[in-house]
Design a protein around this ligand. Structure first.
Ligand code: UDP
Ligand code: MG
Length: 139
């Protein structure tokens, strides 16, 4: 039975530090199926749009700056209860508070550069998946 989906990004600093391979290995190890994946770089406008929900937060401009600082890997992941399963698997937003062994604990550098994104709801997972991927890019 197909599960639900979530959207992840391997953030620029994690890519730059060479953590793409280890994070993809963790994705497989966690039983998440890759439905779509691409190596790309967000423009400032794209990053502002993706994080629009945070536009009034003090960290917004800095977040947009860091998310556009280099290439990312974006992927749609499928698993039963994918949104919550992925959030549990990556750990808390701040790597300093993320449980040992989680992706953010292992590969995060700071609250901002916390290695990976995870959708916060099924509804946003669909919106975020559509942001990056067409039907033809999904398998
Ligand atoms: N972020 C930040 N400062 C904060 C809170 C969040 O730089 O005080 C960044 C961090 O990269 C985080 C992203 O903004 O992943 C989105 O924040 P959110 O609260 O949605 O956390 P997430 O859902 O990614 O755990
Ligand atoms: Mg969020």
């Amino acid at each position: 039975m197909a599960g639900s989906i979530t959207l992840t990004m391997i953030k620029p600093l994690a890519v730059q530090k060479g953590f793409t391979g280890p994070i993809l290995a963790k994705i497989a190890e966690g039983g998440f199926k890759i439905i779509a994946m691409k190596y790309t770089r967000l423009s400032v406008n794209q990053a502002r749009k993706f994080y629009e929900v945070h536009k009034d937060r003090p960290f917004y401009d800095s977040l947009v700056n860091s998310m556009t600082s280099g290439p990312i890997v974006a992927a749609i992941l499928e698993k039963e209860n994918a949104v919550q399963a992925w959030r549990d698997y990556i750990g808390a937003t701040n790597p300093a508070n993320a449980a040992p062994g989680t992706i953010r604990a292992l590969y995060g550098t700071s609250l901002e550069a916390n290695a990976v994104h995870g959708s916060d709801s099924d509804e946003n997972a669909i919106i975020e998946g559509d942001f990056f991927f067409s039907k033809m890019e999904r398998f």
